[in-house]
Design a protein around this ligand. Structure first.
Ligand code: HEM
Ligand code: HEM
Length: 133
């Protein structure tokens, strides 16, 4: 039972990760396919609603990962002990959250900040994959 709960919270971190990364994907899709999507007025209105939801809640999704990460960590640590790959993924995730908070607060964050925040999202993906295999 404890194994399943630990696993469940690991999966929740991944679900939230996907929701945060959608912030990039929904904008990219809108830029690339927005003009052709507009031909279907109702469908596009639906898409825009979804896009707004993802963008508006990005910070919330990012911050919520901390709760699931801590829960996953405590359960897994008590069941199995330390996991190096898990700790590496967690380190990158925390770095990403701190960078996100900095970017959200900074008045002039510039393009470099966004490039770093996007790159860490990719690195985080790789470290999570390594943790899963
Ligand atoms: C970004 C952070 C993390 C994510 C997304 C994540 C995700 C997951 C997922 C989905 C599983 C289930 C995998 C399966 O059953 O095959 C899992 C298992 C596990 N995680 Fe994490 N985890 C993270 C961080 C951590 C940390 C910090 C620890 C430190 C204790 C940890 C320890 C473990 C252990 C011991 C297992 C089960 C053993 C295994 O199946 O290899 N994880 N994790
Ligand atoms: C936890 C994992 C997180 C991941 C994987 C992540 C990922 C991303 C990605 C891929 C982008 C680029 C979107 C684009 O190209 O426009 C982005 C933008 C941004 N992120 Fe995060 N992020 C995370 C957490 C956070 C947190 C916790 C905050 C702040 C509290 C934050 C604040 C921002 C801000 C201000 C932007 C600029 C664009 C916008 O406002 O939508 N991020 N994030």
């Amino acid at each position: 039972m404890q194994q399943e709960i630990g696993e469940f919270f690991g999966v929740l971190i991944i679900v939230l990760y996907v929701l945060t990364v959608l912030n990039f994907l929904v904008k990219w899709i809108n830029k690339k396919y927005g003009p052709s999507m507009k031909t279907n007025e109702k469908g596009y209105a639906l898409y825009k609603g979804f896009m707004r939801f993802i963008i508006k809640n990005h910070k919330l999704f990012g911050l919520l990962t901390i709760i699931f990460l801590l829960t996953h960590f405590f359960i897994q640590f008590n069941t199995y002990g330390i996991s190096i790959t898990g700790l590496v993924a967690a380190g990158i995730l925390i770095l990403q959250i701190l960078l996100g908070i900095y970017g959200a607060k900074a008045k002039k964050k510039g393009k470099t900040w966004l490039i770093i925040h996007r790159s860490i999202a990719v690195i985080l993906f790789i470290t999570i994959l390594i943790h899963l295999i």
